[in-house]
Write a protein that binds this ligand. Structure first.
Ligand code: HEM
Length: 178
């Protein structure tokens, strides 16, 4: 995992102390909504053929790992161990052959449900907007790491299959179009 890219993206998003404080404060706000969010997440995955077949027979166990993923969002620790954990989650999805756009799609669902939960807890629109913004930044960083795991796997596959060096493949990708 390329921690440099993640640090650069944290800077780009201006993800800092205020976001960490906001996310910690969201922990007790979001905890009562976790079960319903997780249940909806797997209900939706269960309603679509390509995702349903991957979770069939293991939803209870997946709900437990999902609850841990969710709790970590609000634990206030977003250094290398956090992102290494997220990278491993990305690799788990790569391994099962899941197309990455499903992850993008279901992350949108998380954002939507989180917005409703945060808004239900506060009558102050500024407070809601600021806390939601911090959560969105972190969800986007999570998604970035998962997408980097997909990208890494695709480059590794091309390298293995063609025998070409990875740097050469990366250069080909960057060649201007004719
Ligand atoms: C926001 C997006 C997602 C999050 C946060 C998430 C979270 C997780 C977590 C934390 C794990 C456990 C990884 C581990 O074993 O270390 C996992 C595994 C898994 N997820 Fe997801 N997931 C997401 C999207 C999806 C989607 C779209 C599917 C579609 C079917 C899916 C299906 C699975 C399956 C089948 C596993 C088990 C992988 C294995 O056999 O090792 N996930 N997910």
């Amino acid at each position: 995992m390329d921690m440099q890219v993640i640090e650069e993206m944290k800077t780009f998003l201006n993800f800092g102390a205020q976001d960490i404080a906001n996310l910690r404060a969201l922990g007790p706000v979001m905890e009562p909504h976790q079960q319903q969010i997780t249940d909806t997440f797997y209900d939706v995955l269960g309603q679509h053929g390509p995702t349903a077949k991957l979770i069939e027979g293991r939803v209870d166990q997946l709900k437990r790992t999902h609850a841990k993923w969710f709790a970590d969002l609000f634990a206030g620790e977003y250094g290398q161990p956090y992102f290494e954990g997220r990278w491993r989650i990305g690799q788990a999805h790569v391994r099962i052959g899941l197309d990455p756009f499903w992850v993008e799609g279901v992350m949108s669902l998380i954002r939507t449900m989180a917005a409703t939960a945060i808004a239900a807890n506060s009558a102050d629109p500024k407070d809601v907007a600021q806390k939601y913004a911090s959560l969105c930044k972190l969800l986007d960083l999570d998604l970035l790491v998962i997408n980097l795991a997909y990208q890494d796997d695709r480059l590794a596959r091309l390298t293995d299959f063609t025998g070409m060096k990875r740097a050469l493949i990366e250069n080909i990708i960057r060649l201007p179009k004719k």
